[in-house]
Unconditional design. Sequence first.
Length: 94
Amino acid sequence: MLSKLSALKETGNSHFKQNNYSHAVQYFSDAITLLKENTEVYQLNKPKLKEVAISLFTNRCLANSKLSNKDNEILEDANHVLYHLDSKNVKSLF
């Protein structure tokens, strides 16, 4: 599971670096969907999984902000990180 999530995240990061924000959002979203579908894994307190989850949500926030048309999704992702994953996450406060 972690390797699949990491692969999707890295592909999204690659698209982001190429300024292909809509594709980046899609890969981050696919990974987040996979994560949420596996609730029992998502609820485990595994530091590496939590780290990847935080990256997925914050990366999708940033990619959506570059698209300038997804304010509600940006806010939802940032709040999800702050309220459910890491209340002190600086990236989610942008």
